[in-house]
Design a protein around this ligand. Structure first.
Ligand SMILES: NC(=O)c1ccc[n+]([C@@H]2O[C@H](COP(=O)([O-])OP(=O)(O)OC[C@H]3O[C@@H](n4cnc5c(N)ncnc54)[C@H](OP(=O)(O)O)[C@@H]3O)[C@@H](O)[C@H]2O)c1
Length: 320
């Protein structure tokens, strides 16, 4: 499988990674432990070597624990990224980027994973109460202690990236990014390219919208976390479905699914090292992994770019 370097490190990752948020079951519906474990194994069997999780993926660390159970035996051939600085209290998300918290959460994450180190450790999001440089200092200490190999920062501005990078060199930046949410192209992505930092992006499928399988008349159940995002509501939803109709037509023509097309477009974008593709069932991750086994032609990419331009600006928001 073709791999890419993680930042300027010697670590090699596949351009399609498995995002391990849906298996936590917090906002995705119909998640079962068996399906989750099978999905992790299917990802590995499909050639994915890179798994993205966090301390906060599950009220009790379910995502990290399942990765340890399903993939522990393959430890030497997989790359694990986890994050600290966000946790749940009474099922409400809290930020805490203090150095002592990050160090305690990292130890707990390693215990749950059953591993003595992770390849990549992120500050999940800057804590408004704690200077980013202080959080970065904690991750620098974790690297020195051998618990973490490289550092990452998620959900940050260019100023925060630079402040972190000055204290602890970054290998990875993790923002949201997909065909319809491209805000990082103006500032963060050029900064990453200039500084040799990999952009590892979340929401390549905009939480399933861009897989193209949700019909226009889909009704989201109460628990489905997508209901709160403008992309899934009213006029935005209708315009997204019009855009998807064009991708559905291309998919039928070239014999690849909509999600394969969307992910392949994404991993061909300059500066994007990997797409973190969430899944909760084996068939989903197999389909997504197939996106790294072929390439859209320059003409097909130009056509898609024209459709994106015609779709026009979206009402965008991130996860945190
Ligand atoms: N740093 C951060 O703050 C942050 C925030 C968000 C996410 N992330 C990371 O990024 C990853 C990706 O984000 P995400 O999982 O929220 O969104 P995503 O990858 O854009 O979408 C995942 C969802 O799309 C649907 N899906 C996936 N593959 C499909 C397929 N082949 N066919 C049909 N539907 C498919 C599934 O939802 P249904 O089956 O329910 O429709 C799945 O749960 C996360 O798992 C996590 O690792 C990080």
């Amino acid at each position: 499988m073709h791999t890419r370097p993680l930042g300027r490190s010697s670590i090699q990752i596949t351009p399609v990674a498995m995002g391990c948020w849906p298996i936590s079951g917090i906002t995705s519906v119909d998640v079962t432990e068996q399906n989750s474990l099978d999905t992790l194994r299917a990802a590995h069997d499909s050639g994915i070597n890179f798994f993205d999780t966090a301390y906060a993926y599950g009220y009790e660390g379910e995502s990290e624990r399942m990765i340890g159970r399903a993939l522990g035996q393959h430890r030497d051939s997989i790359v694990i990224a986890t994050k600290g600085g966000i946790h749940y209290e009474n099922r409400q998300q809290q930020r805490d980027g203090r150095p002592e918290t990050l160090k305690r959460q990292c130890d707990e994450s390693l215990r749950r994973l059953g591993m003595d180190h992770v390849e990549l450790y992120y500050l999940h999001a800057p804590d408004p109460q704690v200077p980013v440089s202080e959080s970065a200092g904690a991750i620098r200490d974790l690297i020195a202690a051998g618990k973490v190999r490289t550092a990452g920062l998620s959900n940050a501005s260019v100023e925060q990236l630079a402040e972190f990078h000055a204290v602890c060199p970054l290998s990875a930046y993790q923002p949201h990014y997909n065909m319809l949410q491209r805000e990082i192209e103006t500032a963060q992505l050029p900064w990453c390219i200039a500084n040799g930092v990999s952009a590892l992006i979340y929401w390549p499928l905009m939480k399933g919208l861009l897989a193209g399988k949700l019909p226009r008349d889909h009704e989201f159940v109460e628990k489905d976390g997508r209901r709160k995002y403008p992309m899934f509501q009213g006029e935005e939803w209708q315009r997204n479905q019009d855009f998807l109709d064009r991708l559905r037509g291309l998919a039928a023509e070239i014999g690849h699914s909509v999600s394969e097309i969307v992910i392949n477009w994404t991993i061909q974008r300059p500066g994007i090292t990997a797409a973190l593709c969430g899944a909760k069932r084996p068939d989903q991750i197999r389909e997504n992994a197939a996106a790294m086994k072929w390439s859209l032609s320059p003409e097909q990419i130009a056509l898609i770019d024209q459709w994106i331009a015609e779709r026009g600006p979206t009402v965008s928001r991130g996860a945190v």
